[in-house]
Ligand binder design. Structure first.
Ligand code: AP5
Length: 221
């Protein structure tokens, strides 16, 4: 992909499908930033910013943050200099309005979505994954107590920051997040399929296999 214009990759999939895990891998391989809308909200919650206060109740309930707030946040993030070569978008867009806004935001830069990877995982597996997930405070690196444990318990391999379990990873909130995903985000699969941009990846395979197939699915990847 060297020499080409900016590369913006969208990852779609249910909560726990492995978007964050694969986004970190792809961003490193493509040398572009990993933009996780959920992570940006969580960082803002932690520092109690205005954005964090706006998003707080929605995150706690497993509901989507309103489109205007989310789109404004992504607009600001994409305007930063490190997005000049593209980005891996994890968790955005999540509604038709967000997909439309993304096209506009990229269009203003003479860019477009290069590929959409739909990471597909059985629903029963999602709960098991989220209940064993641990994340690092600093950058959202993702672990699983069984499937992808850190080298030292409770410490991020990459940046040494403490690991924590997300408060929206309780069984009840996860079930609601999956329902919200099916109602509000799953229709985007068809939207991007019609545009001939979607590649379906079997996310039930080991992490390394999903990574390999994801990278291979990118244009000229
Ligand atoms: P967000 O942070 O985006 O959460 P999510 O979409 O629910 O996705 P997750 O982060 O839970 O899962 P993931 O697919 O990234 O899986 P992961 O790689 O961690 O959003 C949180 C909240 O923010 C939303 O509920 C909403 O309120 C708000 N929000 C965010 N974006 C928004 C938007 N655009 N609009 C409005 N509101 C928004 O993997 C899960 C676990 O499985 C890990 O433990 C991992 O180690 C393990 N694992 C991963 N892959 C494999 C594998 N292949 N095999 C075995 N284990 C694996």
């Amino acid at each position: 992909m060297e020499g080409a214009g900016p590369v913006f990759v969208v990852l779609l999939g249910a909560p726990g499908a492995g978007k964050g895990t694969q986004a970190k891998y792809l961003a490193k391989a493509l040398e572009v930033p990993h933009i996780s809308s959920g992570h940006i909200f969580r960082v803002n919650l932690q520092v109690d910013s205005e954005l964090g206060r706006k998003a707080s109740d929605y995150l706690a309930r497993g509901e989507l943050v309103p489109d205007d707030v989310t789109i404004g946040m992504i607009r600001d993030r994409l305007a930063q200099a490190d997005c000049g070569r593209g980005a891996v978008l994890d968790g955005f867009p999540r509604t038709p309005a967000q997909a439309e806004a993304l096209d506009e935001l990229l269009g203003e830069r003479g860019a477009r979505v290069a590929a959409v990877l739909y990471i597909k995982v059985d629903e029963a597996v999602l709960i098991q994954r989220l209940s064993g997930r641990w994340m690092c405070r600093q950058a959202g690196h993702v672990y699983h107590q069984l499937f992808n444990p850190p080298k030292a318990p409770g410490v991020c391999d990459v940046d040494g920051s403490p690991l924590y379990q997300r408060s929206d990873d309780t069984e009840e909130t996860v079930a609601h997040r999956i329902a919200v995903y099916l109602r509000q985000t799953a229709p985007l699969i068809e939207h991007y399929r019609k545009r001939g941009q979607i590649t379906e990846i079997d996310g039930g395979q080991p992490i390394e296999v999903v990574s390999r197939q994801s990278l291979a699915a990118l244009p000229e990847g």
